[in-house]
Design a protein around this ligand. Structure first.
Ligand SMILES: *Cc1c(COP(=O)(O)O)cnc(C)c1O
Length: 517
């Protein structure tokens, strides 16, 4: 028989089900746990907790729990008998959520100044609930139609600030900047050494060793180098200036010295917004050198590429249109939940260069209108979350301005904090901040630095334990300093002043305690 239209087929199916009386229906918990009514009840529990959480403007950092105690508490909740009928499920869920919220860093509080993950735009959190519930893994068009189309839309939206010819460039989302950089460097490696993919490194015997030149790189870069089989010893370090940017005058001599040593530098990785202190390497000039030397230029813009959306700050990425690839973590300075990384390639063709595969269960020999939108050939993940959706929804509803305004505010905050630190005799600034990261030291006159080489780290750890502020630390020129990252628009200068007061109090307590010993 043929089923001509939908109502015919519905009739056919229901008749069939009536006539066939096999006794194999699902029973019990399967029916209960998947009931739509339960979904609403559980979501309501979560919403009421999250609403309170978001509305709490108190100044706080982290409530640090001993992990052994936390483990015991978590186990107790897990093992408590839960009554499946009635409200037992909601009670257990509520207890778990309380523990989860209580033990997290308070990313929406003005006391949170510590890391690059952000208080999330609440709408993006709502979208994440939707993403998880409908579960559309986005490497293949047929499994996630809208996310795959939306990647194309967002690539073109954001290209307004880059300036490539439409249709000539590539963009793919990856689960984090570390994976994005690994993917781009794999594409760069395959571009220079196409034989490696099938033959491995034995194909290069007797030739100059593949190498990568790096400035003040995030640790994900040396990991990528390890994974790609390049070997850490083949990382060429580009000298930095006193702003921790790549020192442009020394780039060519360093590359030439590397070539003399028998290294074949195929890629250069530079940063717009280093993790250490948010330094911006001089892209425009680096791109010219890369072009002259025929080296793939990859930009780690995980932290700082967001400045592209601000008319006021975009100039810091001058030259971005000349680079071969760059990564941009929207889960950092676009204030989205982890993770959403965009990996851009100047040349669309080359975005397909990282991976080669043959797997008949997903890849078709003949592309059709649908499979042309598959992202799987450009990204490592097979099952991949629809990363772009949170970004697209917030962008569609609030537009560029939300992001630009917030970034401009946070960068101004960093400038003002720097101004305050410059005025205070017992604080030492380490740099004039280029973005939203400020590094400094507390150096009171009664401190003997030699006796307390870890003084800044001790302060940072005590601050964390006190729980009012959460900041981080980092080494600059081999010496520890305090590191503040402004990710949160609830922070005002008064909060930074309070932080300095707390640092002084804690610092003096540490010194007094040591003097008594
Ligand atoms: C955070 C960060 C990374 C790592 O990105 P993930 O998304 O955490 O994997 C790489 N480089 C820089 C400059 C970063 O700030």
């Amino acid at each position: 028989m043929s089923l001509n239209n939908q109502s015919d087929s519905i009739k056919f199916f229901s008749n069939f089900l009536e006539e066939t009386s096999l006794n194999d229906k699902p029973t019990g918990l399967q029916l209960e746990a998947f009931k739509p009514e339960l979904f609403r009840k559980n979501v309501e529990v979560a919403i009421s907790k999250l609403e309170k959480y978001l509305a709490d403007d108190s100044i706080r950092g982290i409530d640090l729990t001993n992990p052994h105690e936390l483990l015991a508490q978590a186990k107790d909740i897990m093992n408590a008998p839960s009554n499946q009928s009635g409200s037992g499920e909601q009670e257990k869920l509520a207890a778990i959520l309380d523990l989860y919220l209580k033990t997290g860093i308070a990313v929406h509080s003005p006391g949170y100044m510590g890391r690059q993950f952000s208080g999330v735009i609440p709408l993006a959190g709502v979208m994440d609930l939707v993403n998880s519930t409908i579960n559309q893994p986005s490497s293949f068009y047929e499994a996630a139609q809208l996310p795959n189309v939306v990647e194309e839309i967002m690539a073109n939206e954001l290209n307004q600030f880059i300036g490539w010819e439409p249709g000539t460039f590539g963009m793919v989302t990856t689960s984090g900047g570390s994976l994005g950089t690994l993917t781009a460097l794999l594409a760069a490696r395959n571009d220079r050494f196409p034989q490696l993919w099938s033959q491995g490194f034995s194909a290069l015997e007797g030739q100059a060793r593949p190498a990568i030149a790096v400035g003040d790189g995030h640790y994900s870069i040396s990991r990528a180098v390890g994974i790609l089989g390049i070997g850490e010893e083949q990382i060429v370090r580009l000298p930095l200036n006193d702003k921790q940017q790549i020192c442009i005058e020394k780039v060519k001599p360093t590359l030439e010295a590397a070539a003399q040593k028998g290294l074949n530098v195929f890629a250069m990785v530079v940063s717009t917004g280093t993790t250490t202190m948010g330094a911006f390497d001089p892209l425009d000039q680096l791109a010219d050198i890369a072009q002259e030397k025929n080296i793939w230029l990859h930009v780690d813009g995980c932290h700082g590429a967001s400045l592209l959306v601000s008319d006021e700050l975009r100039h810091k990425l001058k030259g971005i249109e000349k680079v071969d690839s760059f990564v941009w973590d929207a889960h950092k300075t676009m204030f989205l939940p982890g993770v959403c990384t965009l990996l851009f390639y100047k040349n669309k063709e080359k975005s397909y260069g990282a991976f080669h595969q043959d797997a008949s269960y997903v890849f078709e020999k003949q592309q059709d209108v649908y499979t042309q939108f598959d992202r799987a050939k450009q990204n490592f993940e097979c099952t991949k979350r629809p990363l772009i959706m949170n970004f697209w929804v917030t962008w569609s509803i609030y537009g560029r301005k939300l992001f630009a305004d917030k970034l401009e505010y946070l960068c101004k905050l960093a400038q003002n904090a720097y101004g305050i630190l410059e005025q205070e005799k017992d604080f030492q600034t380490v740099h004039d901040p280029e973005m939203n990261i400020v590094c400094f030291r507390y150096l009171p006159s009664n401190l003997d630095e030699k006796a307390f080489p870890e003084f800044q780290v001790m302060i940072r750890n005590r601050l964390k334990e006190e729980g009012n502020f959460f900041i981080s630390k980092v080494n600059v020129d081999g010496k520890p300093c305090l590191r503040v990252v402004f990710m949160n628009h609830k922070i005002e200068m008064v909060h930074f002043q309070l932080l300095l007061r707390e640092i002084r109090k804690i610092g003096q307590e540490i010194l007094q305690k040591a003097a008594k010993l």
